[in-house]
Design a binder for this molecule. Structure first.
Ligand code: URA
Length: 248
């Protein structure tokens, strides 16, 4: 693999803009193979040299993959004129190139995957791949008695949107609200809220608890994130591939 400038290499793994990483390098926070390097133009071979920033290993692989326990006040976007985005949980120096995999509504909590890998994002969101997403909700109002069957058949919403068959499980009552679990195999706009409305309820609280086989890490407090393990990333990639209706 060809050598490249240290500042360019650091920027490409999301440590900041070229200008930002220039400052970081000059301040002595970066080591190459154990030696502090303060020259941004120092040349490195990404596949061979071991780089650290503040003593933490930097990965050379293209993809960075995180799970965030999304708080209810952040929008699922990279930039927004009015509200803080989900990227605000990351240090400024790591935000470059990252984006959320799909969207959760601003007031929805729970599992949101954040990556810089466009192919991975596409595989998880593609309607062709039907990667399931599971939500828990608290619902006001009386749900139709046959709501689970209606979900199973595939609901047609008030605006004629046709939904794929989904699962609705009634988990119980909580302070006058009904706790439900919904499994979707697609991702239409406000889909859980609209499907619940179609069977007589109103979603008061919504949290995503899994995407495919990836479950929200219960140890993450609201607003915390962690890197996905290689096994978790591979599991999701394999699931998306296995579900691909075009390849069947
Ligand atoms: N369905 C919704 O209604 N909102 C979300 O944020 C996700 C799924």
């Amino acid at each position: 693999m060809a050598k490249e400038r240290l500042d360019k290499a650091l920027a490409s793994v999301g440590c900041g803009s070229r200008k930002e990483v220039g400052f970081i390098i000059k301040s002595g926070r970066v080591c190459v193979n154990g030696q502090t390097v303060k020259d941004p133009s120092f040349r490195v071979t990404p596949s061979e040299d071991k780089l650290t920033l503040d003593s933490k290993d930097l990965r050379w692989r293209i993809g960075r993959y995180y799970m965030l326990n999304k708080p209810p006040d952040l929008v699922s976007a990279c930039v927004d004129n009015l509200h803080e985005t989900v990227l605000s949980v990351f240090p400024q120096s790591q935000r470059r190139g990252l984006f959320p995999v799909g969207r959760l509504d601003k007031n929805t909590e729970g599992l949101l995957i954040i990556t810089d890998d466009g192919g991975f994002c596409h595989a998880l969101m593609s309607p062709r791949r039907h990667v399931s997403k599971v939500y828990e909700a608290l619902v006001e109002g009386k749900l139709d008695l046959n709501a689970p069957e209606k979900f199973k058949k595939g609901l047609v919403l008030a605006d004629s949107t046709v939904c794929l068959p989904a699962e609705l499980v009634i988990l119980g009552e909580e302070n006058g609200l009904t706790r439900i679990k919904v499994t979707l195999h697609e991702g239409k706009h406000h889909q859980v809220k609209r499907m619940v409305a179609a069977v007589g309820g109103h979603v008061e609280y919504l949290k995503r608890i899994s995407v495919g086989s990836l479950k929200l890490d219960e140890t993450l407090k609201i607003g915390e994130y962690r890197e996905l393990t290689d096994d978790e990333v591979n599991m999701l990639k394999n699931e998306a591939k296995a579900n691909d209706t075009k390849k069947k």
